[in-house]
Design a protein around this ligand. Structure first.
Ligand SMILES: [Zn+2]
Ligand SMILES: [Zn+2]
Ligand SMILES: [Zn+2]
Ligand SMILES: [Zn+2]
Ligand SMILES: [Zn+2]
Ligand SMILES: [Zn+2]
Length: 1962
């Protein structure tokens, strides 16, 4: 190696490769990088170095600078040569490579023509999946590529990319997509020609390749020598240094360091280098530990926290540097003493390392340049350079020489692979041989109990490419560098068609190396590149095929590499090798990471196999099973006795976690076999192989009854395992072959090659079988005993039952959780497999059935009792015996009846269909469920095929539409299917027998109309003709005399002890036995064994038992069975009965049969339940009073609070009649219930601004010509920006714009004050004590007396207030004074309902009436505007809405009472207008309904009749209107356009009447100028249009007048019976017009009632108005007269997510990072703004307070299909489902989950609109939040801000589901604590790939839990540790909740917060 010549040539003339070679390797000699320096200077140097490297590499790569202008067209290149450039490198001006962000974000940038996209996702960006197009759910598209047109009607689902998500876009990858996609980036045409030409430029591939080659060679050369940070060396190096230092051998220290530093030909020999201490990241120190450790090392940067965070983000940092090594030593050791990893690195090496870092960053930079030509060339070159098998390191000096010199024994140890074990290259600088193994032929015939013999594979060839070296060196890089390398390599190669397979091949070659490295040699194993490699490569079918295919044996190598690691943690247990929990200290958790990674790899690969035969090939099969069997029975538990355990044993967690993963691998394998089909011989061979493992255990036997050898084992004494995945696999495999063949395979186990073996008879009749066995006894495998296999399954079953009944109570809760997880997890499907194997035992050990029965009894620990050695009450089970028998009977029943594994089907699909239907039926029969909920309950393997699933669902269930604002549609089981439900089957494992039976009976009862108690539930048995031949005699064991004896003894026990606990089940079993006998032996058959024992006598005793002994159900069933016996064997049965009971007794029975009497005695269960209920009622009594009453009254309105409601028929808020009336006047105090008290009453009220008063768009014809036609949503695709919203927003703060909302609940004022004080509310922020509606004021109310029937519109010359005052009860002076005091107090609290007024000189109680009158007018206007959403509103706006009218009435009473008590306000001063004019000087009108405000004030306070008030105001307004209209007329041209539009869009408005025409002509003449050019016709049109506009403009005010009058009428007459009659006209009916009256007719009719003129025209020409504007009218403005509502929404929610460009939204914050690509935005429904997430999560409150209507808002969150309702004061928010439903009737997150298309539901949206318009959102929020809202008020949102984690936020649960908590066992096992049901498990478990619910999630959770347990601290990401953990385990696991022992009061029960109670702890 002689490269010295390099130095001798002038640098400028050098050949570019050489130039690059030299420059890089001598970078430490560049002046500005030489020499140690302080922290600040180091940062500067860092920047300079980056520039230097970027410029250098770009310059050479771009053809020596020639191409710079093509790649960076905007840059100015002001240099002539590379040297000049490098000299100036530190100046920013020469940073030609910097691109403007506009250039980066250019849509063209993302074109990837000619290659796959491979774009990495950025935070906040969506990833798109398509169920129809994607190959699997790892296939995703980025926002630039996703083209909605490709996926019309497809199931698209999106995920938001977050910090934990990784992945690249698969666009262009043909394998990823089932159909051809059209990348959207390609569709965007490039209209910029010059740009085109730049893109056309061909870059010099050669120079790019050369730069990449040289740069990577240099990179690898550096890291080849860099071993100091390797975990295999750090310790040794430190020890050596420590020793040398202690011995004060400083020279040796220096030369040691010199020797280990990076060297190349440019190193200056002999010169002393300077040194640095580098600290490396690890994952096992937390922040504060690290900081402390760092301080000890006395860093040169005083800001230790900066150092710590740099170590965390970068992965390493420099502690300090110095030119004197000695000064560094102390810190170097100190830091390491505290556990951190540190190296002493020379300064020059540091510079080189940083250089390498920038080389990689430069590559990353290249990959982002938006030039597709450059991209293809660069990516190609990178692929080639990385993958070329090569000699990258031929000129490199490895570390070997140093190792030999300093650590000779490291290489000469006993290991066979010294280089690999040290994680270094071998002596040829090549990758050393791995530990490859393969199975020799001799190992392929059986599976050993330990490990099959393998032979090492020597001399594997590796590519030794740069890629492989980088992967091999992976553990040498620090965190950031490691990630950068992965981000450069993996997306680039994995998205390349050419390099992806090569990449995969090279990874697979050194899979062994990488796996070992993760497990043993990695400081940060979680950062391994392998994970992403597996995700990107092994999921691709072509790659998987390659891995499985050919002679390379890659798959086997991979499996054995993984087994190798697992074997490290195993032990021999009873002769079998099993896995054992990792007990070694392992701070990096590398073993766990490596083991999980291994299992994940295997599962991924297996799931991609397209040919199941591959998996069954002996070598592959044995390898996978070898891995799995390490977990077969690995976790054993022992029953504890004596003291209770104090600490729950947590060791089970890793076993459960890995074994679950193993089950999942097995499931994947079996899926392949079932779905793809496979070769029968291979399958049988697989069975034989497993049998060789399972069937040959040496077990101890014992002899019973001197003749039967059974297995000796006791579940309660011996160590016992419940998880046996290999047994499960065995059962799976047997299920998939004919039973006879499986049997043959097993019994001929040892002699598989013998050709002349007899064939087992086809039909295994009992005798044929016995005969066969006898004949061929000698040829059979001698030791064959199927009990050896089935007994393990039996142990699991018994164990689960024992734990269930509490026999293992001393072992603590954890065993209960474990076994219920095992038993009840439908995915594992383990329990039914255990039953299957026990069925096989009865079938295959047929020659000695008693032996199997005895073994069964013995395992259940019942044999001694059976043999009569122990009394029933004296068994080991003690008092638990009855419960254990209950389980035992159920188990026997299941052995007899579970036949799905033996059932024969026409096709695999038929089988699946039947399984699906079964699963649906058993999940639906107890209660209807929503689609998602059902999907969660049905195992995944049944829901994979959604078409099949939907088909089945459709067949067995009925869909019921959602009804409320927050519920989902549900599926209900069809009635006819109830008869198919068998409560004792495994499918019903989760439910108790008797309650299930009664549900079924109830439904059958409905069907048949019979008597519930007389219905006999039939056992559901698959008839033998539909079963495998080999299983037809499944039930024959039940007919054996020994078995009949069991039944007899059990029945006897029940009678003796008069205990019916298991009798229901037992009789059902007997029923099943009889039925099975009939099916097998014919209708008339009856099993003799049941006659030879007097079982019929026992049945009769049960039938005749006293009613308090056994329930009616039991006696009915016994009776039924007895009858059945009698019909078949009448003589024998009666003989037996007579012998037992005597003739008379039997005769009596016969007689009674004739006159069937029914005893209605309740069942035991019901009796218990009743007692519990009684208990509950006592407890509830104190809460009951007013709450219950209230609930009843408001059933509809507040149903959503009623979570306890079992009847799921009810919706939440009932949308159709939410205004349903509270009947009658109810003056009862909500708090004290005292009706007699004379205290003043108040009602709570919410007084606030409203966003609905909007300015008219005056000239906008749409506003007034569009008819009001109820609620409508314009989904034409975009959101119109509302101009007038600014008005609503800016004026939204004016006091005259406030309205009142109230729940109208009466409270004594004094009670109210006490309540406020006690609850620590304030009188301006509290919730109604009755209904929890948020309120901020109270209104003083008063009862009314009936005054007169009907009213006179022309109520005399007195103000209405004084007239109406007569209907209020009169007060004496004292009462008046009291009242005034109360008024004063209430008004002071609320600042007189108007701050300006409060501050002004006008303030007085009397004047307050006027302020209230304004708000009263506003509230009326609100009601009017809200009613525009109704259909046919002009006829219906007065009907219904009782709650709102009641509020109006109460408000009016308040005003009247003030008037009456305090006197008249000073109306004539017009101070209200003045007040607000002063305050808001130059702003527009304060409100938009001033006109109506004037009417209200005049009516109430002026001495004028109502009609003349109204008439006057309307006349003035009409004239003002026309003057304005004519004054602002359009020019002729504009008018023509407008008119054209009108005639095109609407029916042309009719011509005006003569009178009006004349009137207008006068005005037109006055404004002649405006009408220049108008033709005669145009003038007519103009007038028509003006008139049309006028009519619509006046209409709201007319309607409001009617509402006002109706309110008057409500005050004057009793509420109930009154009709709204004015001057003997019944207004409500008279307003309903004849068929089709026009708007004009309606208005005329209204005018005639209100104003005593015949029509509106008369009003206009009325001459009462003076020329001068009357006082008070200056402020009158035009109000918007269209329909006011929230913004229009898109028809499909998907559109927001998939096609954002189609929707035009106002961007609120354009500057937010990457905003155009982000999908995590919200849409303000008030103003239509698009609001991006802020990191502080305050985006919504910011929007409200700065840009929108302040008090409250509603926001659509498109990506989660939710609406966020937000209240500003106190800050509170809730989340409800968005008004979009999918085809399954589901809303919210559930609706989106599977990519279903969700469509806008108008009814729901309308309801939300009404909530919003009526200012009801605050009240709704508080009612939903309940007590939480109280916290909000008290803390004023402080807690709220803390609690903003979206995972814990408050959601409205759908009301009609999720109540798994039906209180069956009241006060029982506390299942009802997880009311948060609706937060989906999946949501919490969303994993790295965003796929919910797979095995990795499981790991994730366990990891979290374990971390928490290990460290005893929060891990930060997931604070709520227990919940997901518990939820994972399903229902049973929830018993672990410490709150368990409650006394039956649901903490979420809405109204239990009683005010009389003592204050709860705050
Ligand atoms: Zn893409
Ligand atoms: Zn694309
Ligand atoms: Zn698609
Ligand atoms: Zn009271
Ligand atoms: Zn209330
Ligand atoms: Zn807004």
């Amino acid at each position: 190696m002689d490269l010295n010549f390099i130095n001798n040539v002038g640098t400028e003339q050098l050949h570019p490769p050489l130039k690059l070679f030299n420059t890089l390797r001598s970078v430490h000699n560049v002046k500005s990088f030489m020499g140690v320096r302080g922290p600040t200077e180091r940062i500067e140097m860092d920047h300079a170095l980056k520039r230097y490297i970027f410029k250098l590499l770009y310059y050479i790569a771009l053809d020596n600078g020639k191409d710079i202008k093509f790649l960076f067209p905007d840059s100015n290149i002001d240099f002539n040569s590379l040297d000049e450039l490098l000299d100036k490198s530190s100046s920013e001006e020469t940073d030609f490579y910097r691109m403007k962000s506009s250039q980066m974000n250019n849509k063209h940038s993302f074109k990837h023509s000619g290659r796959n996209c491979g774009r990495k996702f950025k935070v906040g960006e969506p990833l798109y999946r398509c169920q129809e197009c994607g190959f699997d759910d790892t296939c995703v598209l980025c926002i630039h590529c996703f083209n909605p047109k490709d996926h019309e009607n497809h199931h698209i689902y999106t995920d938001m990319c977050n910090d934990f998500t990784t992945g690249i876009c698969d666009c262009g990858d043909e394998e990823a997509w089932n159909s051809e996609l059209h990348c959207k980036a390609d569709e965007i045409t490039n209209d910029n020609d010059s740009k085109e030409s730049i893109e056309e430029h061909q870059f010099n591939e050669e120079s790019i390749t050369m730069v990449l080659t040289e740069a990577l060679n240099y990179f690898l050369d550096l890291f080849n020598q860099n071993i100091e940070s390797l975990p295999t060396f750090t310790k040794d190096i430190t020890m050596t240094l420590r020793q040398l230092t202690q011995e004060k051998k400083i020279t040796e220290v220096k030369s040691f360091l010199e020797d280990f530093k990076y060297k190349n030909i440019f190193a200056d020999e002999g010169s002393q280098d300077q040194f640095t201490v580098m600290i490396y990241n690890d994952e096992y120190h937390n922040y504060s530990q690290a900081t402390t450790a760092l301080r000890q090392g006395s860093p040169d940067n005083v800001h230790t926290d900066i150092l710590t965070s740099k170590i965390d983000s970068e992965g390493r940092a420099m502690l300090k540097c110095s030119d004197d090594v000695e000064t560094l030593m102390a810190g170097f050791f100190a830091v390491q003493t505290n556990g951190l990893c540190a190296t002493l690195t020379s300064w020059s090496e540091f510079v080189h390392q940083e250089t390498c870092k920038y080389i990689i960053q430069w590559m990353g930079h290249c990959l982002t340049i938006p030039n597709s030509n450059f991209q293809s060339i660069f990516r190609d070159a990178l692929g080639k350079v990385l993958t070329t098998p090569g000699d990258a390191l031929t000129h490199s000096d490895g570390p070997l020489q140093n190792i030999h010199q300093y650590f000779p024994n490291k290489l000469s140890g006993t290991t066979t692979h010294p280089h690999l074990d040290l994680s270094i290259l071998n002596e040829f600088n090549r990758i050393p041989q791995g530990y490859h193994q393969t199975l020799p032929e001799s190992s392929l015939h059986s599976i050993s109990n330990t490990l099959n013999q393998t032979i090492p594979v020597e001399e594997k060839e590796y590519a030794n490419s740069r890629l492989q070296l980088l992967l091999y060196f992976d553990n040498r890089f620090w965190k950031k560098l490691r990630k950068d390398i992965q981000n450069v390599i993996i997306p680039t190669l994995a998205s390349s068609i050419i390099y992806k397979p090569i990449f995969c091949g090279q990874v697979v070659q050194i899979f062994n190396h990488i796996t070992r490295s993760i497990a043993y040699m990695d400081r940060e194993p979680q950062l391994t590149a392998l994970r992403e490699c597996v995700v990107q490569l092994f999921t691709c079918p072509t790659n998987a095929k390659m891995i499985f295919g050919g002679e390379n044996g890659y798959f086997i190598d991979i499996v054995w590499s993984i087994i190798d690691i697992f074997v490290e943690f195993t032990k021999i247990d009873n002769g079998t090798l099993v896995w054992q929990r990792v007990q070694k200290s392992n701070p990096t958790k590398s073993y766990g990471i490596s083991l999980k990674q291994g299992l994940y790899t295997i599962e991924t690969l297996i799931s991609k196999v397209d040919d199941a035969n591959i998996l069954l090939r002996p070598a592959e099969f044995i390898s996978v099973v070898t891995l799995c069997k390490l977990f077969n029975g690995a976790w054993k538990i022992v029953r504890k006795e004596g003291e209770h355990v104090l600490h729950e044993d947590q060791h089970f967690i890793p076993y459960l976690e890995y074994t679950t993963s193993i089950y999942s691998i097995i499931q994947t394998m079996v899926n392949a076999v079932v779905n793809e089909g496979c070769d029968r011989q291979l399958l049988l061979n697989a069975i034989r192989l497993i049998n060789s493992f399972l069937g040959y255990k040496s077990l101890t036997y014992k002899l019973v009854h001197n003749s039967h050898e059974i297995i000796k084992f006791s579940v309660a004494v011996d160590r016992v395992a419940y998880m046996n995945p290999i047994h499960t696999l065995f059962s799976f495999l047997i299920e998939n072959v004919p039973l006879v063949e499986a049997y043959e395979t097993i019994i001929y186990q040892d002699s598989n090659s013998a050709p002349q073996l007899p064939v087992v008879p086809d039909s295994l009749t009992f005798n044929a079988m016995l005969q066969f066995k006898e004949e061929y006894e000698d040829k059979l495998s001698q030791s064959f005993d199927f009990l050896k296999i089935s007994d393990f399954s039996l142990r699991s079953v018994v164990l689960c039952s024992q734990i269930d009944v509490g026999f293992w109570v001393r072992n603590g809760m954890s065993v209960l959780h474990q076994t219920s997880y095992y038993k009840n997890n439908p995915e594992l499907n383990t329990y039914s497999r255990d039953i299957h194997l026990n069925q096989l035992a009865f079938l295959w050990e047929v020659d000695d059935t008693p032996r199997v029965i005895y073994n069964l009894l013995d395992r259940w620990m019942l044999l001694e009792w059976f043999d009569g050695k122990v009394e029933f009450k004296d068994t080991e089970y003690k008092d638990k015996i009855s419960l254990i028998i209950q389980h035992f009977v159920a188990f026997i029943y299941q052995i007899l009846t579970e036949r799905q594994f033996f059932q024969t089907f026409e096709s695999a699909n038929c089988k699946k269909m039947s399984q699906i239907k079964n699963a649906i039926m058993y999940n639906l029969y107890t209660k209807p469920l929503s689609y998602s909920k059902l999907l969660r309950l049905v195992p995944d393997y049944l829901t994979e095929n959604s078409t099949l699933f939907d088909l089945a669902l459709n067949e067995v269930s009925i869909f019921r539409e959602p009804k409320g604002l927050a519920d989902n549609g549900v599926f209900k089981l069809k009635e006819i299917y109830y008869s198919k439900i068998d409560p004792l089957r495994v499918s019903n494992l989760g439910n108790e027998f008797e309650s299930s039976a009664s549900i079924i009976k109830k439904h059958l009862d409905k069907e048949k109309g019979g008597e519930e108690s007389k219905i006999i539930l039939q056992p559901q048995l698959v008839p033998p003709k539909n079963m495998d031949d080999g299983a037809k005699l499944l039930g024959s064991f039940t007919r054996h005399p020994v078995f009949a004896k069991i039944i007899y003894k059990l029945l006897q026990v029940c009678l003796d002890s008069e205990d019916g606990i298991f009798l229901n089940e037992l009789l059902h079993l007997v029923h099943g036995i009889f039925k099975d006998d009939e099916q097998v032996n014919g209708k008339s058959s009856f099993p003799d064994a049941y006659l030879s024992k007097p079982i019929c006598n026992l049945l009769l005793s049960i039938v005749n038992s006293k009613t308090d002994v056994f329930s009616e159900n039991i006696r009915t069933k016994a009776d039924y069975l007895l009858k059945r016996m009698i019909t078949k064997r009448q003589e024998e049965v009666f003989d037996s009965l007579v012998a037992g009971f005597g003739d008379d007794y039997v005769q009596q029975y016969k007689n009674r049969k004739l006159s069937e009497g029914v005893n209605l005695e309740e069942s035991e269960r019901e009796r218990k339940k009743r007692l519990a209920k009684k208990h509950q009622e006592r407890l509830m009594a104190k809460f009951n009073n007013q709450q219950n009453k209230f609930m009843k009254e408001n059933e509809d309105e507040f149903k959503e609070r009623d979570k306890e409601d079992v009847v799921d028929e009810e919706g939440d808020i009932n949308m159709t009649d939410s205004d349903k009336i509270v009947e009658g006047e109810d003056f009862t105090c909500s708090l004290c219930q005292d009706e007699s008290s004379t205290d003043m009453y108040v009602i709570p009220a919410y007084h606030d601004h409203t966003p609905i008063f909007r300015k008219s768009r005056f000239g906008d014809v749409d506003e007034y010509l569009k008819e009001w036609n109820g609620f409508d949503n314009d989904d034409s695709g975009f959101v119109k920006e509302l101009e007038d919203i600014s008005d609503a927003v800016s004026n939204g703060t004016k006091p005259t714009r406030k309205v009142f909302v109230s729940c109208n609940h009466h409270i004594h004022y004094n009670c109210f004050k006490r309540y406020i004080q006690k609850k620590r509310f304030s009188s301006t922020a509290f919730i109604c004590p009755l209904c929890q509606t948020f309120s901020n004021s109270v209104l003083v109310v008063h009862p009314t007396v009936k005054y007169q029937n009907g009213m006179d519109i022309s109520i005399g010359g007195n103000p209405a207030c004084s007239a109406l005052g007569n209907s209020l009860a009169t007060l004496n002076e004292q009462e008046k004074t009291n009242l005034l005091t109360t008024f004063d107090a209430v008004l002071t609290d609320t600042q007189y309902f108007d701050k300006q007024f409060h501050k002004s000189k006008y303030r007085s109680i009397a004047n307050a009436a006027e302020i209230l009158a304004v708000n009263f007018a506003n509230t009326i206007s609100m009601l009017e505007i809200a009613s525009r959403l109704d259909k046919d509103t002009n006829n219906t706006f007065l009907v219904g809405k009782e709650q709102r009218f009641k509020t109006l009435k109460n408000l009016l009473i308040f005003i009247i009472q003030i008037y009456k008590t305090a006197g008249a306000p000073e109306v004539e001063l017009d101070w209200v207008s003045k007040l607000h004019r002063d305050e808001f000087k130059n702003e527009g009108p304060a409100c938009r309904n001033e006109l109506f405000q004037i009417i209200v004030r005049s009516c109430l306070f002026k001495d004028q009749s109502l009609s003349s008030c109204i008439e006057e105001v309307l006349t003035v307004y009409s004239q003002l209107f026309f003057e304005d209209y004519v004054g602002c007329a359009l020019s002729n041209r504009e008018f023509n356009e407008t008119w054209n539009y009108v005639t095109k869009t609407y029916e042309a408005p009719p011509a005006v009447s003569e009178k009006v025409s004349v009137y207008m002509d006068k005005l037109i003449v006055k404004n002649k100028i405006n009408f220049e050019g108008y033709s005669e016709v145009n003038l007519e049109h103009f007038k028509a249009l003006a008139y049309a506009s006028f009519l619509k403009q006046i209409l709201p005010t007319l309607r409001r007048c009617f509402i006002l009058l109706k309110t008057f009428q409500l005050v004057t007459s009793e509420y109930e019976d009154s009709q709204f009659i004015i001057d003997s006209i019944n207004v409500e009916t008279s307003l309903i017009p004849e068929a089709s009256s026009s708007l004009k007719e309606t208005i005329d009719r209204m005018t005639s009632i209100l104003a005593k003129c015949d029509n509106i025209d008369e009003l206009i020409i009325n001459e009462i108005a003076a020329d001068q504007l009357p006082v008070g009218y200056e402020q009158v403005s035009d109000e918007y007269c269209g329909v006011v509502k929230l913004i229009n929404l898109s028809k499909y929610l998907n559109t927001y997510v998939t096609d954002t460009n189609a929707i035009r939204l106002t961007e609120e914050n354009r500057r937010s990072r990457n905003s155009s690509n982000r999908l995590d935005f919200k849409i303000c429904l008030t103003c239509g703004a698009k609001i991006h997430s802020r990191t502080d999560r305050h985006e919504i409150s910011k929007h409200l307070s700065q840009n929108c209507f302040k008090p409250f808002g509603a926001f659509l969150i498109p990506n989660s299909s939710e609406i966020c309702l937000q209240l500003s004061q106190p800050p509170s928010s809730i989340f409800i489902s968005a008004p979009y439903l999918n085809s399954h009737g589901e809303a919210g997150r559930n609706a989106m989950k599977r990519g279903d298309l969700t469509t806008l539901n108008l009814t729901r949206y309308e309801h939300l609109n009404k909530l919003w318009i009526n200012n009801d959102i605050p009240g709704y929020i508080s009612r939903v939040m309940g007590d939480e809202f109280r916290v909000s008020i008290l803390s004023n949102g402080f807690l709220f801000a803390l609690n903003r984690d979206p995972a814990t936020r408050r959601r409205v649960p759908p009301t009609n589901e999720g109540d798994d908590s039906e209180e069956e066992e009241f006060g029982g096992n506390g299942d009802d604590f997880f009311t948060d049901e609706d937060i989906d498990e999946e949501d919490r478990f969303r994993n790295m790939n965003g796929q919910p619910g797979d095995v990795r999630d499981f790991f994730q959770i366990f990891q979290t839990v374990r971390n928490a347990m290990d460290n005893g601290e929060n891990v930060g990401e997931d604070v709520d540790l227990t919940t997901p953990f518990l939820q994972l385990f399903g229902q049973q696991f929830r018993g672990a909740n410490p709150n368990n022992d409650n006394d039956g009061i649901d903490p979420d029960e809405p109204f239990h917060d009683d005010t009389d109670d003592e204050e709860t702890a705050w």
